[in-house]
Design a protein around this ligand. Sequence first.
Ligand code: XIL
Length: 399
Amino acid sequence: MRVTRRELMRQVAGSAVFAAMPRLLRGEGVSPSAVDNGTITGAGSLKAHAAARGLLAGCAVNARLFREDEGFRKLLAEQYSIVVPENCLKWNILRPTAETYSFTDADSLVEFAETHGMKVRGHNFVWHEAIPSWFAGTVNKENAQKFLVDHIRTVGGRYKGKIHSWDVVNEAIWIKDGRADGLRSSSPWFELLGPGYIDLAFRTAREADPKALLTYNEYGIEYDNDEEGKKRGATLALLRRMKADNVPLDALGIQSHIKATSKDGFGKGLTELREGAKALGLQVFVTEMDVNDDAVGTDDVAERDRIVAGVYRDYLTKILEGPEVKAVLTWGATDKNSWLNTRNIRKVHPERLQRPLPFDADYAPASAFFAMRECFDKAKKRAAEDGGSLGGRNTGLLH
Ligand code: XIL
């Protein structure tokens, strides 16, 4: 007879075996639902809970960790249905020189994803950051268009048919630059090509990979405050303008780098964003979620995790109200390599490692993991024809 996990727990509780079991196996520090489900993998994984609602669960993948750590690769395969390279598709990594491309890391992640039946997001074609050092001395107003188009054709073409969605343009709004349309005029791409670089990038991306969902990805548009409200408004205005001009555009990516402590809340603005995107026929993805806990006063790890998980819960509950939201990705999976643990980001507690992600530095699920699963469970099921795990434009074509 198959002994259920609960029965096994009852039998071994109190025994020496029990005392020797790791905390997680004993069900300590784990929400009751996790114990009932018996496991955090398989049917208990993030991807399984997400898929039950027509959602994708994903994370950004650090190339070095992916290359060097088998445990990390195992975690990815067990937990996620979509991955996005954290850095290796950015210009500064992909383009060591003006003439060359370095595809090794991206190729191996795409291959891994194929092997494990996962989807891949492409991040990104155009960004004002991660510009290679050779760029300024080589790219000028005369040749910039050719550089941009060649790059998108080459990279988009290489992974054609294998990408769920491309972040075609990243972070093009910057209110402080003072333009009426909110565009970031200080971006090298804007300086070289003017505002037309955005449409050019999307049109070229559609030609290069007609099946990929073309996404505009932005941050600082999540909270209910004046500053983010302005950026949100400019973002929606940009999307509306693109649609009116028949620019190929399929999705809005809301980065969702949020804070464990903030005087502002979210809700109204998120609804406005989702609804605005939906009215334009766009899908919405949470593309880079993490919860920065640098400013949390207490050093108590359990308390910090409780606070972080609470923010995950509030945020995801709110955003998943909209069936147009099809995917939730965190920026990294484990605290071991979160970008929030780079020194210059830890300002209030520079000596303390942040705990912003669903898995801690030892790959044990943190409270945020359980909060994510709960939010997936609570979400309404996305209709298959809406996309979700079947992927919108990609239905039937990927994996
Ligand atoms: C970050 C990476 O995580 C870092 O490793 C890198 O040094 C800088 O970029 N918004 C984005 C991501 O769109 O590409 C950024 O990733 C985080 C903020």
